[in-house]
Design a protein around this ligand. Structure first.
Ligand code: RP5
Length: 166
């Protein structure tokens, strides 16, 4: 029997710092809602570069299918991971104190050609949408995830009232 560490998970949610978790929890909660297996790691491109290298180099072999990477400031984590793996990397720009996340957004979205990072919007919405994008990627080869995504989208549509509450 596999122990927890050996279990294969579909999505790796990684973040540059513990302080990013307040944002990345929106991705984690959405993955839970869609019943998608995932694991979560703190990996800093500048504070733990070897951890980054080891993670990115072995992610595919470990069974991950998509990486969601959140980082703030001079946010090189998603791009560095993308440079070391062939898995799709979805970047979440975490809102920074100094520049309100514009620094994070530009650092992640402006990848030079050849090594893409699929970049979401800044902050909570970006984290939330990162999980939905990851689910869409998995749904290509997993009908159960397609059904869950469909049901979730239908519920979202039903929740929008035609008349505003005045
Ligand atoms: C980045 O620096 C992290 O992704 C985080 O958003 C930012 C600040 O990190 P802490 O100083 O809060 O650890 O590496």
């Amino acid at each position: 029997m596999l122990n927890m560490a050996e279990m294969k998970r579909d999505i790796a949610v990684i973040m540059g710092s513990q302080s990013d978790y307040d944002t990345m929890v929106y991705a984690v909660d959405m993955l839970k809602a869609l019943e998608i297996s995932h694991d979560i790691f703190v990996i800093s491109a500048h504070r733990t570069p070897e951890r980054l290298f080891n993670f990115a180099r072995s992610a595919q072999e470990k069974g991950f299918k998509v990486v969601i990477a959140g980082a703030g400031g001079a946010a090189h984590l998603p791009g560095m991971v993308a440079s070391l793996t062939y898995l799709p990397v979805i970047g979440v720009p975490v809102r920074s104190k100094e520049l309100n996340g514009l620094d994070s957004l530009l650092s992640i979205v402006q990848m030079p050609k050849g090594v893409p990072v699929a970049t979401m919007s800044i902050g909570e919405s970006g984290a939330y949408n990162a999980a939905i994008t990851a689910a869409s990627i998995l749904s290509i080869s997993n009908n159960k995830i397609t059904d869950r995504l469909k049901r979730w989208r239908e519920k979202q549509t039903e929740a929008v009232k035609e008349k505003p509450t005045l």
